[in-house]
Design a protein around this ligand. Structure first.
Ligand code: ZN
Length: 148
């Protein structure tokens, strides 16, 4: 287990677009495990690779539904409905804001074994998927936050 440093808003790496992972090797698997450890250590529900300074399309999520999702090259293929709720980010400490997100998303990704997965996510899981995938394109929730 290894903890990685979480990059904080203002770090330009958080604004860059991440690259597709072309090969799932031990380095990628270790990286995903480190991301999970780092997420739990920081009491987060999700973490994207750019948040630890790595521009690869990797995301980990655990919103407390007894699943730890390790997603490689995730892509949202369908969204529906909407939800409006408060959101925060490990890279933007001390700020919480209202963000509108889809209520449901369908996301396809490759898992750490190389298997193609489809996840039908709703509510907090859908919110988390949207938030983490935004990180892969250099987008932070504060960009979408309702200004009060
Ligand atoms: Zn975030």
């Amino acid at each position: 287990m290894a903890l990685r440093n979480i990059r904080i808003n203002g770090d330009e790496i958080l604004r860059k677009k991440s690259k597709e992972v072309t090969k799932i090797d031990d380095r990628i698997k270790t990286l995903l495990d480190d991301m999970v450890d780092t997420m739990y250590d920081a009491d987060g529900v999700g973490l994207a690779a750019p948040q630890i300074g790595i521009l690869k399309r990797l995301v980990v999520i655990d919103v407390g539904d007894d699943n730890v999702y390790k997603m490689i090259n995730p892509k949202i293929i369908k969204t529906s409905g909407k939800q409006v709720d408060k959101e925060g980010c490990l890279s933007v400490p001390d700020i919480k804001g209202i963000v509108k997100r889809p209520k449901n998303v369908i996301v396809v990704y490759t898992d750490e074994n190389g298997d193609e997965k489809t996840l039908d996510a709703e509510d907090s899981l859908a919110r988390c998927v949207c938030h983490e995938l935004d990180h892969l394109d250099g987008i932070l929730f504060i960009d979408k936050m309702h200004k009060e």
